[in-house]
Design a protein. Structure first.
Lengths: 589, 589
């Protein structure tokens, strides 16, 4: 498998479209994030992804992880420990970590760009530091100073790794059903007892110690999700003794086979409370919100990898003549990239990836602004946008990551289905991204149930204001008619939800998934229009990158003509309401 | 893995909607196809699928096929030879075969119903007899009497199996690029030399002899696809000697791992011409047309299997409370089937499967009528319909088979992604059905490039007449407004193609895939309306199966409200034409 980090594309979005090289260094604490520094980091990240991570993607899938029943340990595939060591030593685990604990304090946005490259190259390997990142966030926000001092430095340096232990056999989405118990001990610690499943990186051989963040219930816990607390449970204790938090086995999965998905048994393991009793979900959501953005980037990263492979295939593979007559008469047939239906599958990938990249990077920059801007007003406005867009980035980019990988496979015909090419693995690996960190159905419910109505709809109003102001730009905007029409449909759907979903939550639930998709398509249309405006300006300014900027206009046209019309049917789907979903009895299925 | 053949659903479509128990026995030669006989066969087929084939589906996937380099033979998974023997001994390979060669001469439609059950239960196992069926068809239509007498009886009895050897490394879709050579020999046979890839059942241990149908070029062949001939090449010759047609290895694939996909090396193997020199593609298309229908049924079969598993899961799995308040207050949570978004995923499967089943069975009955009706006029009209609908059945039902399996996986959350459940295998297995027997993009080109314009558009006119007559039924038809709107969109798209696609083949190519989908959605809306009319009549006649018939109305409502609106965006996608697809240069991708 070969992968080339799309640095030019990433720079286009970060600098030219979103002005990241101006906005980010102006944030207090982010002064180092100059274009020079960011470019240097991206170049180094690209090398690591291309030369160290990508070459292990296929072999990791074939070999998988292995569990040893005797020692209850997990062996990752050949080359993984060394690749992880290089990743950590190069400072990638420390990128956005707080400076006082050894982090580099750089913007979260840079992590986002790194995540894209890592997940294009090797999703399974990227999972290990990805989960650590979430643990660092939760610990930074809610941990006691003692816990922070003890655990953050080594998690940030990558010497240790972290996990999120939520799921149990009887509870996935519904965390109120958790049974794992935490008994207070005389020394102020807790004895944690229970079984967790689907724990990514619960046990492996990449690091010396693993720090589990575990949801459990205190003896006096109220019922349901309001009675859950969060605990830190290390694999090894201070004195080097083994804490009884053991891996009981590995899941056998469709994909991400090189990522160790563990059953974890806590047998009275020693743990410490993070944050307040019974408020564990709050702390966990800090982990999950940034994790959800990152999972969206996983979808984007895999789509990019599939696009590169299938695009190169389409330029090489000779099959049939163009419908407009031979294009390569000297060859036995034309390269299949001449065929409209092959282009349809390539452009669906290209238009979705590039538009999705703008949406994801924008959201990441808003996250940095929300954390670090000078004024409360700026922070709040940015946080509104992050809250609103996070479920959309997660669900839409992972759905599309899977669909794009499938389009890549499809245009390669039988070759795509064989393991001689990496695309079938991209399809299998990307499949889980639509499920974990909250299924995409849950993301849609989060959007319509929590985010839309929050603070009187402040966030969605601010989003529509951003679009309206843009559309009203003097002299018009590229593809203004298409953007205006889609925005109108999204507004209509939003109004429908306000009128029907407030009093009847099943109406909101019935509209949730098509609404999220309608929102995403419209938001990305906005970014496509802006990207074309940027490209036109660059050409007007005399740029010599004519192919690069011309491609932006062509790709945007495809997006507006071939993908954005889905907003028509999504609105119709929403407006027919819940009756045809809820009418059947369970027995009639 | 458990599977229950949906006999009641199959009978509903075959007898109540399509009147198969009247139409089929009236066809000359099909007098035996009474309802009694058909019911008996379906019941037996269901038992075989449920008790013999389904139990081997998971184990077959895990074990896969194994190639022995020394003997150049292939071992199928444990239990496959015995299951295949039971399948053949029960007469399933002989069902629709010509009586004079030992077949039962029953309608092709019965094969279709059997194929659905077989592919729900075990797609890999079903591939072996499936390919034989195609070989029997080609041989029956084009083989010399000598070849027929020698090969048909044992192919029909299932003692031997057949293959279709088309693809070579440099040619898949574009068969004009074939390099395999056929040299005439003094005894009237030919020496076949060349390499074929992706040959399903090219070598295996289920039967005593394998009969390869091989595309190759004669020494005096004209260039391109007009210079291809078809040859019969048996593994073992009459005297029992080994013909040098060897398996050189197996493909490693994403799915259908228990189906042996072989590299075949023909090293001067003895073969005999089928049909006329240079007219091999014509004979091959006889195989492929019925094969394409059957592949559509594979998509349907897998969707049904995924639906059954995910529906049962949704009724059992407890997670969160209904948005309308607790539905099972005595339990820790409600079964997830109460949630609108879970229902959306279940109903997408149910509505697509049941509507697709009606479309597929209808097309199969038309195939029987095309072959066997008493008058030329009836035969021609039915053949028109088969030609028109075959690419639609193939492409739409395999696309949807994959999407339905994915919806099944999705609603099961993390469980769906693990190999503890069979759904991830359904996703992997179904993926190839969108590619083989002509990719779905090729099906769409076949529809717009060949089928629409054939004989002055006779077939599509006859299709529209069928819909128009139905819509005009006195007193109206169920969901008449929705059906009329969709039909109007399809007519508009057809007109657009007539005006733009005739003079500019790239316009036709650009519209092909969305047009096929628009056609399929509209055709299925027609069958859904008819199914509701049938259900309403049954209820009015006092049927006590109130749940069964009520579910038809509810499912149809979902189809009309939530799926059929896609026709809006598909029409818009078509009408924006080719510019945004063809504008980019290859370098700009």
């Amino acid at each position: 498998m070969t992968y080339r980090a799309p640095l030019r594309e990433m720079q286009f979005v970060l600098y030219e479209v979103l002005n990241g090289d101006t906005v980010l260094p102006e944030l207090p604490g982010c002064e180092d994030a100059t274009r020079e520094i960011m470019d240097a980091m991206l170049t180094e990240g690209a090398k690591l992804a291309e030369n160290v991570l990508a070459p292990l993607n296929t072999s990791g899938d074939r070999e998988g992880c292995h569990y040893d029943t005797e020692s209850k340990t997990v062996k990752t595939p050949e080359g993984f420990p060394d690749a992880y060591r290089q990743f950590a030593e190069a400072g990638w685990t420390a990128l956005a970590g707080p400076v006082e604990y050894g982090g580099q304090g750089l913007p979260h946005t840079l992590n986002t760009l790194a995540e894209e490259m890592v997940c294009s190259a090797n999703l399974s390997l990227g999972m290990y530091p990805g989960l650590t990142h979430g643990a660092v966030n939760a610990l930074t926000s809610y941990g006691s100073d003692e816990l922070k001092e003890k655990y953050l430095p080594k998690l940030i340096s990558g010497e240790w790794s972290g996990t999120m232990c939520l799921t149990e056999p009887q509870c996935g989405t519904d965390l109120g059903l958790i049974r794992t118990k935490a008994e207070p001990q005389a020394d102020g610690s807790y004895a944690i007892t229970g079984n967790k499943i689907w724990i990514t990186g619960g046990e492996h051989d990449l690091v010396d110690n693993i720090v589990h963040l575990v949801l459990a219930k205190l003896p006096d816990a109220p019922g349901g999700s309001k009675g859950i607390s969060l605990f830190l449970v290390p694999k090894f204790l201070d004195d080097g003794s083994r804490n009884p938090a053991f891996c009981g086995g590995l899941e056998h999965k469709m994909g991400i086979k090189a990522s160790a998905t563990c059953v974890m048994n806590f047998e009275g393991a020693k743990g410490w409370l993070i944050g307040e009793p019974h408020k564990g979900l709050q702390a966990m959501f800090v982990m999950m919100n940034s994790a959800r953005l990152m999972v969206g980037l996983q979808g984007l990263g895999i789509a990019e990898a599939a696009y590169q492979v299938s695009r190169d295939f389409a330029k090489e593979r000779l099959q049939s003549r163009s419908l407009a007559g031979p294009q390569a008469p000297e060859k036995a047939a034309d390269p299949i990239i001449v065929h409209p239906d092959v282009r349809r599958m390539l452009l669906r990938q290209k238009a979705t990836i590039e538009g999705g990249r703008a949406l994801a990077y924008f959201t990441s920059m808003q996250l940095d602004i929300a954390h670090k801007a000078a004024t409360e007003e700026e922070r709040q406005q940015a946080d509104d946008m992050v809250q609103l867009l996070t479920p959309i980035v997660k669900a839409f980019l992972t759905d599309e990551g899977f669909f794009c990988a499938n389009d890549g496979l499809q245009l390669m015909g039988g070759s795509g289905f064989t393991q001689d090419w990496p695309v079938e693995q991209f399809v299998r690996d990307s499949r889980i991204t639509r499920i974990y960190e909250g299924t995409n159905g849950i993301q849609a419910l989060d959007l319509v149930g929590r985010k839309l109505g929050h603070a009187g709809g402040r966030a969605v109003k601010s989003f529509f204001a951003m679009l309206d102001n843009y559309i009203k730009t003097e002299g018009g905007v590229p593809f203004g008619d298409e953007l205006k029409a889609a925005t109108g449909r999204l507004q209509k759907a939003t109004m429908w939800l306000m009128q029907n979903g407030m009093g009847d939550r099943e109406q909101a639930g019935s509209a949730a998934t098509p609404y999220l998709r309608l929102f995403a398509l419209t938001a990305i249309a906005y970014f496509w229009s802006r990207m074309v405006a940027t490209a036109e300006q660059a050409l007007a300014d005399g740029s010599t990158e004519t192919d690069f900027y011309a491609a932006k206009k062509e790709t945007a046209a495809f997006y507006m003509h071939k993908l954005l019309p889905q907003t028509l049917s999504l609105l119709a789907e929403i407006e027919t309401g819940k009756d045809s979903l809820m009418g059947m009895t369970a027995d009639q299925f």
